[in-house]
Design a protein around this ligand. Sequence first.
Ligand code: ZN
Length: 476
Amino acid sequence: MSLRLYDTAARAVREFTPLRAGQASVYVCGLTVQGPPHVGHVRSALAFDVLRRWLAHSGLEVTYVRNVTDIDDKILAKAEAAGVPWWAWAYTNELAVTRAYDVLGVLPPTYEPRATGHVPDMVELMQRLVERGHAYAVDGDVYFDVRSFPGYGALTGQKLEDLQPAADTGTEERKRDPRDFALWKAHKPGEPGTASWATPWGRGRPGWHLECSAMAGRYLGPEFDIHGGGLDLRFPHHENEQAQSRAAGDGFARYWLHNGWVTLGGEKMSKSLGNTALVDEVVQRVRPVELRYYLVTPHYRSTIEFTDAALAEAGAAYRRLESFVKRAAERVGASVGVVGQVDDGGKAEPAPDFTAAMDDDLGTPAAVAVVHEVVREGNTALAEGDDDAVAGALGSVRAMLGVLGLDPLDPHWTAAGADDGLARATDGLVALALEQRQAARARKDYAAADAIRDRLAALGVQVEDTPQGPRWELSR
Ligand SMILES: [Zn+2]
């Protein structure tokens, strides 16, 4: 294992050494299901999907947990405004989030716990914190006592005296210190009764930070390898998660990874700022695989400024890779690039430079550049009719794109097309037109053959004649 990762807590690149040999345990903060997901929301899932695929490719057995925050202030407020039960609001949006992940090829997590299903774990964690003198209850609220834990601030390199009061409004007079944060919130009059659970301190509901500590512990044990999330979660959310778990005696995460933001108009894409691009809308304009390429090609820690021009450019770049893979597969057979199913007995592997780039803190920009380089060589081999070189390039390109979740021949992407009735009809109709064109040529009626080709071109179907027969693709 020669993977190195930028650990936000250490503020340095560190060699990745798993806690248990041959295994990797990863916890990533999932979404608060208060609305349909936008492009900024799914970037985190995509960034950590690539991490997970790379860990698995490197030979590790990966346990990957991503939670669903299905109870919080915003869910309660939005559900009330919409006149529906909070749990119906949360579940509707959870389905939308799952659909967006699926459409973009994000692998389902090993476990996907919901906060509301883990209240007993949270109560147990709070009891440990109270017993150890790190938490206290006031009128049904439970707070973490930040001054009781010397490590508070360590994750983000902040000193306690420099920290601002925690953002729980209206609780100042209840707390021992304004920087103490809520582990648990007492049920308030006017809130739905279904949004509260019994605890030794009265009925109430979880604070956001507590749930991740409880769920990480439940599924990954007291100590695990990697905790991931968006950059904006570092403080207070992750600082508080680490404080809760470590104060309770757990080792918690050994590496912290944070992905950068997606901005629109220079500002972080956010519902509250109103500058969002919903995933559902964007995938009406571009194919999901092209949106995925656009979001996973930049380094995961960089900021992506979302623009239509950059999205179109990414789509064109992806189509160059896709075009090679399809042509090469037609020439030498698709199975050559399927890792583990290669009929020549060898296993197609990424190019060494790709591996080096990915091992260097998931350096996707350099890794994708290697894919393009191998595709250029593959295209030359195709033009020269060097089938051995074509097969070698195809295997390598598919192995590399597979790690990024972008292999055009992966059933996820091909099945998406095959399931689509419109795409199937288009394929059939173009094939029919091309058969008519071939028939016209066979009887030397070149005017009719050219007319068919021109009609197709006018419809955006570009036809190219190759030694294997006519090929077509949609010009976008
Ligand atoms: Zn979390």
